[in-house]
Design a protein around this ligand. Sequence first.
Ligand SMILES: NC(=O)c1ccc[n+]([C@@H]2O[C@H](COP(=O)([O-])OP(=O)(O)OC[C@H]3O[C@@H](n4cnc5c(N)ncnc54)[C@H](OP(=O)(O)O)[C@@H]3O)[C@@H](O)[C@H]2O)c1
Length: 271
Amino acid sequence: MVKTKTVLVTGASSGIGQAIAILLAQKGYHVFGTSRYPISRIIPQVEMIGLDVRSDESVEACIRTVMNKAGRLDILINNAGYELGGALEETSLDEATGQFDTNFLGVLRMIKAALPIMREQNQGQIINISSLAGLVGIPFLGMYSASKFALEGYSESLRHEVKPFNIHVSMVEPSFLKTPMMDARQLAAHPIGDYDQWRKRALAAVRKFEENAPGPELVANTVLKIIKSKSPRLRYILGQQATVVSNLRRFLPEAMLEQGIRGSFNLDERK
Ligand SMILES: NC(=O)c1ccc[n+]([C@@H]2O[C@H](COP(=O)([O-])OP(=O)(O)OC[C@H]3O[C@@H](n4cnc5c(N)ncnc54)[C@H](OP(=O)(O)O)[C@@H]3O)[C@@H](O)[C@H]2O)c1
């Protein structure tokens, strides 16, 4: 049994967040999970709290609830997010704003609310769930990629700034996974016909990757490893596609990665 640490997992009602919350509760951590609909999402041994990461008030109330019930916050896992698909030209500014509000600004809100507590404790850990899409621009998931690239830059800088307060920042960068997100993907509301065949090809390739992918437990096991590590790294790359992309970026010319991406998402004319 581990010494009880208090963990807050955003988006614990489904997929990766749920797998993390279940595993950490089983391992003896005091786990709070969140959902915009907490009453309908009961997970054994996990205290569910209402949270919409797009709302300052909701974020403040969530952190207040954790502090009132547990008196401390040791580990914050920023997992809540969704995927917006469609060509970038098809994506409206409102749709782009929504994607950033949840996937990027939502994380900022949570961290800004948690840091004063962690600094006061002189101890804390923040784990942000990024993605393969934060390592390389995924065609027809471009705004999703942009939100994860923003998260990458933010997390990298934050790690330096909060190190003196004994606060560790890490990111998990999973490849495609089989989770309910594959059926919840939103699409830009106003498609442009010229993109139809390319969008269909790319999203069909994404679907195939997801159907053949591992489940969310892969991320949960890695999060547990990060929490237990004495010196957690900045990045934890998970799964085949993210590993390949990261290696191609490091060792081969950019053009080869570009060619690999176009091939993987079926974007070149077949002869
Ligand atoms: N699945 C993949 O292939 C994959 C790969 C790499 C990275 N990721 C990342 O992993 C994270 C989780 O993905 P998943 O596959 O587990 O997705 P999922 O099954 O669709 O779960 C998404 C979670 O986010 C929560 N959420 C969505 N909008 C929210 C908001 N405005 N405020 C608070 N919570 C919100 C949902 O909670 P409620 O609806 O109950 O509020 C739900 O619990 C995301 O950040 C995603 O980008 C996923």
